[in-house]
Design a protein around this ligand. Sequence first.
Ligand code: BTN
Length: 329
Amino acid sequence: MAISDKQKQIISLLADGQFHSGTELSDVLGVSRSAIWKQSHFLTAVGLPFSAVSGKGYRLERPLELLDRQCIEQSLSAKAKNLISSFEIHQQIDSTNSYLMERAKDGAPSGILCFAEHQSAGKGRRGRQWVSPYGSNIYLSMLWRFQQGPAAISGLSLAIGVAVIRALKQFGVEDLGLKWPNDIYSQGKKLGGILVEVSGETDGPCLAVIGLGLNVFLPEPEAASITQAWTDLSKISGRDDLSRNELAANVLNECLPVIAEFESTGLKAYLDEWRDYDCLKQKAATLYIANQPFDGIVQGIDDNGMLLIERPDGQVQTFASGEVSFNGE
Ligand code: BTN
């Protein structure tokens, strides 16, 4: 569902987490108080749990810090700012990645950023859905054009994993890991994921839409459909006052230079750091390629970012793609 301007006003009003009377809300919407009750259900539909208490009014279960362009821009480095050609924050969108892939078809340049408060069809890797309730997390996509072909940027998603870890560390988060190829992990659970979609000719040029989903405050009911073990920053930090705007700026400060310089640095510049955060290394794991399992002990990644698995016969096999499960995941 699309979020109208009036609904956005209601969310802004309720964002403080305090009670607001039906009269206050009906003034904003310009409808009767009984219509407010009916209309309030859009909040549930976009993943904003709320309570309605007679005599007090309506209140969100948790205060919200809405994404704010000015606020994010204030904390951007000069380097990151110079790499941005356009900066969009959408209240609601199907998928920030799909949107930028469409913009790219129309010739959009490098450096377009798209954040969303809510995605109705957020995409994960391998055709999975990315659960994207309103105002809870970071959903970001960045478009970049490269002179060379897709092979030249094959390690980009791993480099972005390193950039996201750097951003999270600056945000005060410890105990972070990377699970090949590009999941952000903490305490054995998934905290975020990266989806890079590439389009272009074999010998170049090509373009990439780099999508990042980071769980900040993921409401339990919304997360019920997630089949993997998951976590979010509020659980890890025990805090409910985390600033998504500050986190968004950190992410851009770290990711944009990595993307812009990747054609000259390659994955090589990020390998040591990636290996420091590798949470699969020396673990017994199974890699699935189209449901076919490959068991073994993970030996880390090679210099091209491929996964190395020591198979039961002692041979080390190299894998370019697939889904790894470990620890009974
Ligand atoms: C994964 O499966 O681990 C990758 C998840 C990527 C999710 C992000 S959210 C922003 C961007 N838009 C999408 O539709 N997906 C990515």
